[in-house]
Design a protein around this ligand. Structure first.
Ligand code: SER
Length: 335
């Protein structure tokens, strides 16, 4: 592997999305606001994301729109966060394939042709399927997903690893669990209930949950997600045996346990359970994840558990609700 280039000029795709919006702000604090270009497809950014540094519109599925921004800003690093998530992917599988596979291929080709320093591409617990061991799911295991989102994520991991091996492009990625956050709402995922429930607790005092009470999934709080993502990108390449497929875990709980934790802060909170089509997706994913490879190879260590996350989420949302701005803007819209 050739000598590593520095990460000086960063582009974030999907920067208006749930993870991208907070990752962009963190990257701007770390690398300088003018060195981090936020990009989005259709959704207009708001607040710090809009005012805090450069923003450009691109469509990752149209390679020339990506190339133009990479060349304009002399980009050497891409965090490729743009994707169609699991629930929308089942409604629009061709769109999911186009954005998640052709979009990723465009990013990797731009990185190969221009000799970029590094690319980050998230994978997901959606790479697993009903045949995968559900508890403490190993790093190396059966990857036979039943959703289009999962199919694109398995293919994406393989494509990233191919670019590392075949072309020497430094691509890194993790299998995110469900991500819970207080700023931008998630858009079109199966784990969205674990965010929506907090907003409902603060706003209405009741929530109708679209998965069963006993549904257990791996989850993570956004501060851990952002810190871990940047840590992996800054890790020494020579310490990594895996590249784009690290299991990454933090906590696991059922929808009922989540509701019970919120009730400690909102005693009258009521939750009813009305499973919809997303239940089948949740049932095909693991309950808990073995992330020892991430811990060993780049020092991954989560900080938040369910209690700490819930206290922080409710404090932030209550503060905003009191100021009359609980919702900071919509999550990413589907093109
Ligand atoms: N949060 C994603 C989803 O639910 C999983 O990666 O689709």
């Amino acid at each position: 592997m050739a000598e590593r280039r520095e990460m000086n000029r960063i582009l974030v795709t999907g920067a208006v999305g749930q993870i991208g919006s907070e990752l962009t702000v963190a990257l701007r604090h770390r690398y300088g606001a003018e060195n981090v270009v936020a990009t989005g497809h259709r959704t207009k950014p708001t607040g710090e994301l809009c005012e805090g540094g450069p923003f450009e519109y691109i469509d990752v599925a149209q390679r020339q729109t990506l190339e133009a921004v990479v060349d304009k800003y002399g980009i050497d690093t891409i965090y490729h966060m743009a994707a169609i998530l699991s629930a929308v992917g089942e409604e629009r599988p061709l769109l999911a394939w186009n954005v998640n596979i052709n979009g990723l291929h465009n990013v990797l080709e731009v990185a190969r042709e221009r000799g970029l320093a590094r690319v980050f591409c998230p994978s997901s617990i959606a790479v697993f399927g009903p045949d995968t061991p559900r508890d403490d799911t190993p790093q190396e295991t059966i990857l036979r997903p039943t959703t289009m989102y999962g199919v694109t994520k398995v293919s994406g991991e393989l494509l990233c690893d191919y670019y590392v091996r075949r072309f020497g492009v430094d691509v890194r990625g993790v299998r995110y669990p469900g991500i819970i956050s207080s700023e931008t709402l998630p858009g079109g995922g199966t784990t969205d209930y674990a965010v929506a429930i907090y907003y409902a607790a603060v706003e209405k005092g009741h929530y109708t949950c679209f998965v069963r009470e006993d549904t257990v999934l791996p989850m993570m709080y956004m501060p851990d997600c952002v810190r871990g993502t940047i840590d992996l990108m800054e890790a020494d390449f020579d310490q990594l045996r895996h590249h784009a497929d690290f299991n990454m875990s933090s906590m696991s709980f059922s929808a009922g346990e989540l509701a019970a934790e919120i009730k400690k802060h909102v005693p009258d909170f009521e939750v009813e359970y009305k499973p919809d089509a997303r239940q089948a997706i949740a049932d095909s994913w693991p309950c808990s994840i073995d992330d020892s490879a991430a811990r060993e190879e780049w020092g991954w260590q989560p900080e938040y558990d369910l209690a700490a996350m819930t206290a922080d989420m409710l404090a932030k949302l209550r503060q905003r609700a009191a100021a009359g701005r609980l919702y900071l803007g919509e999550g990413p819209t589907c093109p």
